[in-house]
Design a protein around this ligand. Structure first.
Ligand code: KDG
Ligand code: MG
Length: 422
């Protein structure tokens, strides 16, 4: 290698100096274009602004207050390019670390800063994360039906739309309501306006029904289609082991949230008994929720996503750890994650080597209009597009027409009235 060209080096250094930016303002918006979303907008002295999603389903206003009352005052005057230092300042500097409200607020700041960095450098965020490791991000859609027949019809609809992977949920005979069975098919939304609705649960009825659903789907759709299922935290480890074993002939892409994962060690029991791939983590908010699961190879896919998992800065480190232990990513992407979070997830997905799959629940037309975005769906894959930054905007005027409406996720009781996990 020849001697470095000093002139060129000095020139590039001065270009870098020219893009020094300072945060001048930050605002939090709460809007309800079909469902509630919290959005953070960080502005700079260069006129470039960044967006972050701060939506925590059913607890939206807590994050809005955390941002407005506690984080925003600490951001003014800072350099938005210092994503690592700002993240550490907000995480370590709080003393009270972790928890969904704190980590969602930190994630929103982090997303907005990466958005600013990409816009200021005129490049999509994935180029700052390592570039494109693939041509597109495989996604899965949600087929929900009141019974097996209706679920199969919904699977067929998603297949016609081009999806290569489909999550299947069906109503359970004898239960009036079941997780995942939508009123509105394409825009499944579990939160309801007003106070929390109550669902009923029977583990035995569920365990008897689910293998029948997947037997019927494999018979109808053959072996190629990727099929997924979400238990939504309702089994004990040994019950999950039984379900995983009974589903082995139908080779699921994954079995999600089989148990609540506060007890990470619980997955050892499931793992001893079944080869059905396991996914967990949409409610996790830091590496300390997943480190045993990853390092003991107790799961195959980690469901943590940018908005509830501490932002791009934290998630890319978790993905790097997971890569060593053969764990792939499978970011949460339900309707309560705004298009800003969806875009951030796509930049992350396309850049990491150990990407697995991305959940993609479509937003309503109103939501897409409030958040115009550059990502697009084609042939079962999403691509983040090549707009600088995250590639999402926020139409403040339109958003004003949809004020916040109190809404909660359901709660769940066993048939004898015992409070249970939803
Ligand atoms: O806010 C909660 C929903 O995002 C969650 O219930 C959806 O489990 C879910 C999933 O896998 O998308
Ligand atoms: Mg889930």
């Amino acid at each position: 290698m020849g001697a470095p060209d000093l002139k060129l080096w000095l020139h590039s250094w001065s270009c870098f100096e020219e893009i020094s930016v300072k945060i001048t303002d930050a605002e939090v918006f709460v809007t309800c274009p079909g469902r509630n979303f919290v959005t953070l907008k960080i502005s700079t002295d260069e006129g470039v602004y960044g967006l972050g999603d701060a939506t925590l389903n059913g607890r939206e206003l807590a994050v809005a207050s955390y941002l407005s009352d506690h984080l925003i005052p600490c951001l003014i005057g800072r350099d938005p390019f210092q994503t690592e230092d700002v993240w550490q300042y907000l995480y370590r500097g709080a003393y009270w670390r972790r928890g969904p409200v704190t980590m969602t607020a930190i994630a929103a700041v982090d997303m907005a800063l990466w958005d600013i960095k990409g816009k200021a450098l005129k490049t999509p965020v994935y180029n700052l994360l390592g570039g494109q490791s693939r041509t597109g991000v495989m996604v899965y859609g949600h087929a929900n039906g009141r019974d097996i027949e209706e679920t199969a019809e919904e699977v067929a609809k998603y297949q016609e739309l081009g999806y290569l992977a489909i999550r299947a949920q069906s109503g359970i005979p004898g239960l009036p309501s079941t997780y995942g069975v939508a009123k509105d098919k394409l825009y499944y939304e579990p939160a309801e306006k007003g106070l929390p609705p109550e669902n009923a649960w029977s583990t035995e009825k569920y365990l008897l029904h689910v293998p029948k659903l997947f037997e019927a789907l494999r018979l109808k759709f053959g072996d190629d289609l990727h099929l997924l299922h979400d238990v939504h935290h309702r089994l004990t480890p040994i019950e999950a082991a039984r379900l995983g074993k009974s589903l082995e002939p139908y080779h699921l892409f994954w079995l999600e949230d089989a148990v609540t994962a506060e007890l990470q060690e619980g997955f050892r029991i499931i793992r001893q008994h079944t080869t059905t791939p396991l996914a967990v983590g949409e409610v996790f908010n830091s590496i300390w929720d997943a480190h045993i699961l990853i390092q003991e190879q107790l799961i195959d896919y980690l469901r943590m996503t940018v908005v509830h998992g501490g932002g791009l800065t934290h998630l890319k480190k978790i993905a790097a750890l997971a890569e060593i232990y053969h764990v792939r990513t499978g970011c949460h992407g339900a309707t309560d994650l705004s298009p800003v979070a969806m875009a951030a997830a796509l930049h992350f997905d396309i850049s990491v080597n150990n990407f697995g799959i991305q959940e993609y629940m479509r937003h309503t037309k109103e939501t897409d209009e409030v958040f115009p975005h550059s990502y697009s769906f084609k042939g079962g894959y999403l691509h983040p597009g090549d707009a600088p930054g995250l590639g999402v905007d926020y139409d403040e005027k339109l958003a004003d027409k949809f004020p916040y409406e109190r809404a909660y996720l359901p709660v769940n009781r066993k048939l004898d009235g015992t409070m249970f996990n939803w």
